[in-house]
Design a protein around this ligand. Structure first.
Ligand code: ARG
Length: 464
């Protein structure tokens, strides 16, 4: 059943066959290969190379074969090298010699490049739908906690109080960028290699532009040699996937921290946490950890692809068969991880009392104090110094910034008048950060409204 037996006298060695075979992983391209076959059959018909009744029989056979593949009635055999070989066998079984007409003017080189683009453009939309679900889960929690004050951190040290909703939305923005990247990717990937043949195009009067449009591409590839060699779309998709992985790993890491005994910022729902086989009391954040862990795998797939492509001469080389497994694995990984993370986020219970009661820990209102002094005309350098002394005083005397008496304030620095205590409240500190992009609850709600609109548009794109 080989597609290339004619000029060979002996059969292939077992070792070659085992090395060469790809049908165990490229089988998932069946629907896309058949889609391209239908378009190719129509173009052969328009070129006068396939009679009308032959086209009819061909399309019926393709439909039948697709059904048989779906039901499992048609399966690849050990003798099928790849998905193209298996499907040609399926057509020959149904059509006899007519089945062999479809190969005119096309090669597995332009076919496989087309199939993988079709597969990815289709699956990218599913990935975006799952990303939208995660955005939505984060936004619902953010809406609930726009007013909840939390310790904001830099260097994982208490820095300034923030709205916990603001922090949750800080995980939404990277995902909106990931989706923009995929949409942008999609425009560049919308180029059809079909018609490029092995590498030089075809002497048959085919119409690559018409085929491209029929398959939902924007245009046919302008250079047949580039078309069969180009895997930029695969590498670029894998970069997008790796970046998503990195964003999930950062969210996962935060959730691991939040769920820890030391933080106790959230309680994970039982449905999205796991127990220990030995310690009866344990409730572990495995979803968040796997989200963090799987990012390594996504980055690895990107590296696999780039390394495969480096230094390849034009045009098609068999190395390119290595393009599919990393792409499939990245798609599978994202579709596996995203629903679990969305479920974890939407069901976690936020411990608002703990967040609020620790929001100003670690002298987190010191900046508010220094900025008040600036508003009163003190140079920031001096204000910074005075508040620094106050912090040390409080540390030594084991008290908070607001607990210092008028006399002691004056002793620490003459600029520390009693009214400085007015800014030492967390809600006021949040409200004060009301410029665009700041953590004031009103700004968080504006931000949320703008995000909802953007996310709706992303959801609509994915459904299209
Ligand atoms: N299985 C091959 C791949 O994945 C299909 C193309 C093979 N072309 C060839 N000339 N051997 O790339």
């Amino acid at each position: 059943m080989r597609l290339w037996g004619g000029r060979f006298e002996g059969g292939p060695a077992d070792a070659l066959t085992r090395l060469s075979v790809s049908v165990h992983f490229d089988w998932r391209l069946v629907p896309y290969d058949l889609l391209a076959s239908r378009a190719h059959a129509r173009v052969l018909n328009r070129a006068g190379l396939l009679a009308d009744d032959e086209l009819e029989r061909m399309l019926t056979a393709i439909d039948d074969l697709e059904q048989a593949c779906k039901s499992g009635a048609f399966r690849p055999t050990v003798a099928d090298e790849d998905v193209h070989t298996a499907l040609e066998r399926g057509l020959l079984e149904r059509l006899g010699t007519l089945g062999g007409k479809l190969r005119a003017g096309r090669s597995r080189n332009d076919q496989i490049a087309t199939d993988l683009r079709l597969y990815l453009r289709d699956h990218v939309r599913t990935v975006v739908s799952r990303l939208v679900e995660l955005e939505t889960a984060l936004m619902s929690q953010a809406e609930r906690h726009a007013e909840t004050a939390a310790p904001g951190m830099t260097h994982l040290q208490h820095a300034q109080p923030v709205s916990f909703g603001h922090q949750l939305l800080a995980h939404v923005h990277p995902i909106t960028r990931d989706i923009h990247r995929l949409q942008d990717w999609d425009r560049r990937a919308a180029v059809s290699p079909l018609g490029s043949g092995a590498l030089a195009g075809s002497s048959l009067p085919l119409d690559p532009q018409a085929v491209a449009l029929e398959l939902g591409f924007d245009a046919a590839a302008p250079n047949s040699m580039d078309a069969v060699a180009d895997r930029d779309f695969a590498a670029e998709f894998l970069f997008c996937a790796a970046m998503i992985g990195i964003h999930l790993s950062r969210l996962g890491e935060e959730i691991v921290l939040w769920a820890s005994q030391e933080f106790r910022w959230i309680e994970m729902d039982d449905a999205y946490s796991t127990g220990s086989s030995i310690m009866p009391q344990k409730k572990n954040p495995d979803v968040a950890e796997l989200a963090r862990g799987k990012s390594g795998r996504l980055i690895g797939s990107l590296m696999t692809m780039l390394t495969t492509l480096k230094g390849l001469p034009l045009t098609y080389n068999r190395d390119l068969q290595e393009d599919k497994e990393p792409v499939f694995d990245a798609v599978d990984t994202l579709l596996l991880v995203l629903p679990a993370v969305s479920g974890l986020v939407s069901t976690m219970r936020v411990n608002s009392a703990k967040l609020e009661s620790t929001a100003s820990d670690g002298f987190a209102l010191a900046t508010d104090l220094a900025e008040l002094l600036v508003r009163k005309g003190v140079a920031f350098r001096d204000a910074h110094e005075a508040v620094g002394h106050l912090v040390v005083w409080c540390q030594v005397n084991e008290c908070d910034l607001g607990d210092v008496s008028d006399e002691d304030l004056a002793k620490i620095s003459p600029v520390l008048t009693p009214d400085v205590r007015d800014v030492l409240n967390v809600a006021g500190a949040l409200r004060a950060r009301k410029a665009y992009g700041g953590t004031a609850p009103d700004r968080v709600r504006d931000q949320l409204a703008a995000l909802r609109e953007a996310v709706d548009a992303q959801a609509a794109w994915a459904a299209n």
